[in-house]
Ligand binder design. Structure first.
Ligand SMILES: [Zn+2]
Ligand SMILES: [Zn+2]
Length: 290
């Protein structure tokens, strides 16, 4: 696909279609992406987990997911680059982004995510971005109400994931912000918090792993900016960790949600480049929509 210097380079590798908790079938996302002028679109359904949830792909649908996306990739190859990925949860001792079961699928890329806060013996498996009551219950019962212990635990899970597994991108590294609007539960400028985040960035830096700029929570009105927060983006830039922009779209309409705003934010912070996946490999391009 030829790019003229004025063609915007719009790509998105974090999308959820009806194979997991997205609204529409995969093709509807492709049609919308073409209409919106996207040059590349990746599918990243929530990988199956070994217990029941309402939002991850069922294990028995995995083969059909792969066939469907590969078929669409071929059918649309003259109009848009389509990629097959998965958003894979890290659950200590159970699964992670480069577990053999996923490595053997021949995916084009992977997103490594931590959603589950606690791997309890007897379920349920609460998630970091779940309902407020669920979050409060985990905070009280598993962390004695100590928010710093919970947040530190979340960061230690991300660090363990990055240490034990390889992945193209790490997703929404401060997902807990959905429960901390206006610093209601903890002060994001607190020293302990900065130390946790910086230690996570140190673990990621130097591995070639990309941190995604994720607009999903912003678009859905759950948070006031992207994941990760602007102050963390400054540290990411200082550490030389590469970034890419994703919208974590659960509907075709959300494919470009807050995309220009995110690029403006990156520019404001001082980023000059971002990564896009083109012709099967990651390429550095200027931050702005060219
Ligand atoms: Zn996610
Ligand atoms: Zn997602």
């Amino acid at each position: 696909m030829k790019q003229s210097s004025h063609t915007p380079i719009l790509t998105n590798y974090h999308t959820h279609c009806s194979f997991c908790d997205g609204s529409s079938n995969a093709e509807a996302y492709i049609t919308a992406a073409i209409e919106k002028g996207f040059t590349g679109l990746g599918f990243s359904s929530h990988a199956p987990v070994p217990f029941e949830t309402s939002w991850t792909m069922k294990k028995e649908d995995l083969a059909s997911y792969i066939r469907t996306v590969r078929d669409l990739q071929e059918r649309y190859k003259d109009r848009i680059e389509i990629y097959l990925g998965l958003e894979i949860d890290y659950i200590p001792g159970t699964m992670g982004p480069s577990a053999p079961a996923f490595r053997d699928l021949g995916l084009d890329y992977t997103l490594g995510s931590v959603h589950f806060i606690r791997n309890r013996q007897n379920g349920p498996f609460p998630t970091m971005d779940g309902p407020e009551e669920e979050f409060m219950e985990v905070l009280e019962t598993c962390f004695d109400g100590d928010i710093s212990a919970l947040i530190s635990h979340y960061h230690s899970l991300i660090r363990d994931m990055v240490r034990e597994h390889t992945m193209d991108m790490v997703s929404h590294i401060d997902l807990y912000k959905v429960h901390n609007r206006n610093n209601s539960r903890f002060d994001e400028s607190a020293e302990w918090y900065k130390r946790e985040v910086l230690s996570t960035l140190e673990e990621i830096a130097g591995k070639g792993t990309i941190i995604e700029i994720n607009t999903g929570g912003w678009f859905r009105g759950k948070v006031d900016s992207v994941y990760p927060a602007p102050w963390i983006l400054k540290r990411i830039l200082a550490q030389g960790i590469p970034v890419t922009v994703n919208t974590d779209a659960h509907t075709p309409e959300a494919l470009d949600a807050f995309y220009p705003e995110s690029l403006d934010l990156l520019k404001e912070i001082g980023f000059t480049t971002r990564l896009v996946f083109r012709r099967g490999s990651w390429e550095e391009i200027p931050v702005q929509l060219q």
